[in-house]
Design a protein around this ligand. Structure first.
Ligand code: AOF
Ligand code: ZN
Length: 341
């Protein structure tokens, strides 16, 4: 029996390589390493986004003279078995003459899964589940999206300590401090779409781009999605040239989510206002909530969430705090739906 734990350091490295690829887009972040028969690393590769070679193929391409006899491929995701934008990696590994494949996460895709079986049938030793928990955690957004067949949905808002998202005159700049805002912009730069309702666009006139602390834009800009029927002045900032924008003229957020899924989106961020956030919560359509809480009190009636169909405490939507930290003067809280609900 092969000792599977000996591959853990290589899998750690493959997980690091995976992170070199983009977190946004239709495809997962995947890393791959080729080892010779003595388990020395002879090639490294990673996936650079939908339409580009998969991690295994990228690693194999670094060995122009082919793989030596007895080589092992260490991959963070079960090699795919289908022809999508690119060919099946299971076949590429078989044709390259790899002797053993070690992987971490299972591929949850209906079409792409079963690469392990193809490899085994071809006489290749397959070891699955090495650092599976770490790998699943690292790819939780993509894996959740694939499992639910809809994008991973993050809801986010900034609020005062008394739970208000704006003062009575609707001013909301700036509730959260600069460290919180940097955190939001970095998150935006790593996902597919930002959603806002037409009301927020009209009242706040937000830019909704992903900007670095010096004001310059991140290379990747998520799609700005305006949800709602109202006709909007095209001079509003969200329609500027700084990032792509669409307005989806529907009130049905399920329809919005399914359209974005069909466009290859796997992670979307709902940025407000209260009506849009409340619709997502009412339908149970969210995977995490990010709250930036500032040490301010403004009173009044402007709150993050309004009607979500909870009339009495026993019907409250139950969450778990999974992260609580100080960001500058603010407190950042990340909460997820309580398991089993
Ligand atoms: C792998 N290695 O590096 C990646 C995999 O349209 P395609 O051809 O790019 O295929 C996308 C699917 O392939 C994706 O949904 C996932 O199941 C798998 N991604 N598989 O073996 C990789 N990126
Ligand atoms: Zn593949």
């Amino acid at each position: 029996m092969t000792d599977t734990r000996q591959f853990e350091p290589m899998m750690h490295r493959a997980l690091e390589l995976a992170l070199l690829g983009p977190a946004y887009g239709a495809n997962p972040q995947v890393g791959a390493i080729i080892l010779d028969k003595d388990l020395n690393v002879i090639a490294e590769g990673w996936h650079k986004g939908a339409g580009t070679p998969h991690a295994e193929v990228d690693a194999l391409s670094k060995l122009p003279n082919g793989v030596p006899a007895g080589s092992t491929a260490v991959v963070t995701l079960e090699p795919c078995n289908h022809t999508g934008r690119t060919g099946p990696c299971a076949v590429a590994l078989i044709e390259a003459g790899i002797s053993r494949v070690v992987y971490a996460s299972k591929d949850p895709g209906d079409e792409s899964a079963n690469g392990a079986k193809t490899l085994t049938d071809a006489g290749i030793e397959v070891i699955q589940g090495v650092l599976e928990r770490e790998a699943d955690e690292q790819s939780v957004i993509w894996l959740t999206a694939m499992k639910k067949q809809r994008p991973f949905i993050t809801l986010k808002w900034a609020q005062t300590l008394d739970g208000r998202t704006a003062a009575t005159d609707k001013t909301s700049k700036w509730i959260s401090g600069s460290v919180s805002r940097e955190d939001v912009h970095l998150r935006r730069s790593n996902l597919d779409a930002i959603l806002v309702g037409t009301g927020t666009v009209k009242y706040d006139n937000p830019d909704l781009t992903a900007r670095k602390p010096d004001g310059s834009r991140y290379e990747h800009q998520p799609l700005r999605v305006v949800v709602g029927m109202s006709e909007l002045d095209q001079d509003l900032r969200v329609f500027n040239e700084d990032a792509p924008t669409v307005q989806l003229k529907t009130q049905d957020v399920r329809e919005v989510v399914s359209q974005l899924w069909d466009r290859g989106m796997r992670h979307i961020l709902v940025e407000g206002g209260a009506q849009l956030a409340s619709e997502f919560i009412s339908l149970g359509l969210f995977d995490e909530i990010l709250i930036y809480q500032a040490p301010l009190l403004v009173g009044g009636t402007n709150v993050a969430v309004t009607e979500i169909g909870v009339a009495t405490m026993t019907n409250a939507v139950e969450l778990d705090f999974v992260e609580v930290k100080q960001l500058g003067a603010d407190v950042f809280v990340r909460a997820i739906p309580r398991k089993g609900n």
